[in-house]
Write a protein that binds this ligand. Sequence first.
Ligand SMILES: Cc1cc2nc3c(=O)[nH]c(=O)nc-3n(C[C@H](O)[C@H](O)[C@H](O)COP(=O)(O)OP(=O)(O)OC[C@H]3O[C@@H](n4cnc5c(N)ncnc54)[C@H](O)[C@@H]3O)c2cc1C
Length: 811
Amino acid sequence: MKSRTKVVVIGGGIAGCSTLYHLTKEGWTDVVLLERNNLTSGTTWHSAAQVTNFGMNQTMVGLKKHSIELYRDLAKDTDCPVNYNYGDGGIRLANTEEQMDAYRHFTSMGKGMGVEFEVIDANECQKRHPLISTDNLLGGWWDPHDGNIDPYQLCNSLVNRAKKAGAEIYTDTPVTGLEQYEDNTWKVITDNGNIDCDVVVNACGYRVNEVAKMMNVQHPVASMEHQYFLTEDIPEIENADHRMPLLRCPISDYYCRQDKNGLLIGFYEQDCKPWGMDGIDPNFVNSLCPDDLDRVTDVLEGAFQRMPALKEVGIKNIVNGPITYTIDGAPLVGKIPGKENAYCIIGLRAGIGEGGGHGWLLAQQIVHGEACYDTWCIDPARFTSHSNVELTSLKAIEDYQNEFRFHYPNEHRPVGRSAKTTSLTSIMNEKNAEFKVVNGWERVDFIKPNKDFKYSHTFNFDEAFSIVADEVKNVQNNVGVCEVNGFNRFEITGNDTDSFIDRMFCGKITHKPGRVGLGYLLNHAGMVKAEATIANLPESDRGPKRVWYGSAAASEFHDMDWLTQNIKKDEQVTIKSLTNDQTILVLAGPNSRKVISKCSREDWSKESFPWLSVRECFIGFSPATVMAVSFSGELAYEIHVPNESLYAVYLALMNEGKKLDIQIFGARAVESMRMEKGFLAWKHDLITEFDPFETGLNRFVNLQKNDFVGRTALQKRINEGLKKKLVCLKVDCKHSPAFSGASLLEENKVVGTITSGDWGHRVNLNLAYAFVDINKAEIGTKMNLDLLGKIIETEVIPFAPYDSNFSRILT
Ligand SMILES: Cc1cc2nc3c(=O)[nH]c(=O)nc-3n(C[C@H](O)[C@H](O)[C@H](O)COP(=O)(O)OP(=O)(O)OC[C@H]3O[C@@H](n4cnc5c(N)ncnc54)[C@H](O)[C@@H]3O)c2cc1C
């Protein structure tokens, strides 16, 4: 075995093989794959190996499209043949209008990625899949690209190509230890000797945490047992003139594909079983779990009813194997947070279909720092301190039980709740709060009129619409309070803090003590990486001169990694996370100044404390740091308080506020109000696929600065000219918001993609943001939106249709 290489990929399943191959495609050919046994000996060998183009968002659709194109190419490779059944399509069934709406949305979204899906009725489902009955069936969703592939041949073919490019593979080489050198390169220790490398990749499937432990991390990945069986030959299939399309059924939780002249049927039973929680037998290699068909009888019945031919046929073979899950069901592909030169491609639950695409995006990240798509939906940094294997296994059970029932907008499932709470959570609960989950935090979404109030999981505006309208109205006319827990907050100190911040942000950021600035961080490709507020706190009895960096709740690990990676060796900069130590109460509305003035002895007049000010003070008797910033577009104060003082500050505000009839408002009201003000949301409107000019952040870029991260690449992009532009749209529809990913069309050609959408209650408009072709960005341009299968007219309007001159904030 060689003693040094650039990248060591650990694990020879689809994840590792695809990563290795794609690293060579990106130009890194001095790369090695280490496999403890033989290739595919983990989960990959026994996979049902279906390859669909379905994805919940555009990144997932795009990466699966890459898999399919790659696998089609491999299948043609005579050098290393791969059996790939492609082109017979697949159907996802539906028996509710909500499911059909979801399919309509995914069809609209697919168009933007160049993938044509089709929504079909029940009869058409049966026409395309003659074995099924139409009982209790409304229709389905047709994926013409569905298919299945031989997973063993697939991995061999990838490895064959990687080897030809220069990669090396060592099987029967278990990795037993990992040590990191001072310069952040790695020593990989194996039973067959050691190998030094710049970068390590954990692609170890269900053994992910055995290897993670070697670098002192734990990934939120858990395994579930999963079963399918293969039937004897079915005469209707033998006599058919085409292969049966694949089936996936959210009604009875199974999937089914043709296998030779029989069927392969896999089940997602309710009585499901986690696997390997207490350690995995080292000899579990090319192995299966014991069959247990009794467990799946609940879902078997549904499959029999849908395909009566099954009742007549015998079972040939049963396969029960471990399949990995994460907290939200999507894998972890990217840099391991808190570690340098360490990546992972783990938690793949549909790894054969997705593996080609994940390996592609990971290799791009390793070689270029970023991939062609925004990879937040698979970024390992999206889970933070609350995420561990215990929580993951509970969420895995919930996810497994709902395998084909995707999350609807505003749906927050019950398992693993209350992972992160504050002293106000139970008080808000008493006030009938409906909570949503943000990075584990329980955040008030809106206040229900009573405990029993329920809202539908739907793509339309739901029953909370008028409640949210009232919460907005109160903030607009009076005063409201809203807890924003989990808001990410770092304290940055050290002599070089200001110059460090200047380098990290692409615009001019104030360093004036007592002032707050908003700015954007770019990646090295000049694209929008992060958004943060910078609050300059002068030296005081609470600490030295310091800067508070505040950003979205989910960005904690993401932003910490990016900032710390970019501190230069000779720079004196220290970053400490206060995210879990402090919480924010937002006081918003024209009467907010009256309330805060009653609770504190400071002068809160606009002359003494104008917009974008920050000061340390007391609210009641509790220490607080208050910023005059507003996401709602009304006069507002962000009151940052240590967690232990939260309740006392809340009581102080409510005691004074009740004289003015202060009301609670939640995250849904905030979402509606920020859309009206033209404020952007990280990882919705602010993504790495666009630069700050395309995102309309011109006033936050200062090209006079010689040096900021991403400047050179940004200048190159400017020279080439803008191709896309973020716009605000008025949507001519009253029943549904525009959903992220939906396509804007002109004569059936996609000219834009929605990033956010919501009703603006103060302007009484259905609003959306979208990235559109540059020639569609003019105010007044009309475009058709494919919204849940209907064509809806939209028109580009100026950003911030509510109070565009900020008179209400500056008052
Ligand atoms: C019954 C069943 C049906 C499925 N059906 C489908 C389907 O239809 N479509 C689909 O897309 N997906 C399906 N899946 C899921 C899919 O098979 C997996 O997502 C995929 O195979 C995971 O690949 P992997 O490379 O991540 O893991 P694995 O295949 O488990 O590979 C990990 C590799 O790492 C190696 N390794 C571990 N530790 C070390 C170490 N210390 N040193 C060196 N090497 C190490 C292991 O030996 C193993 O070879 C199914 C899964 C199951 C169980």
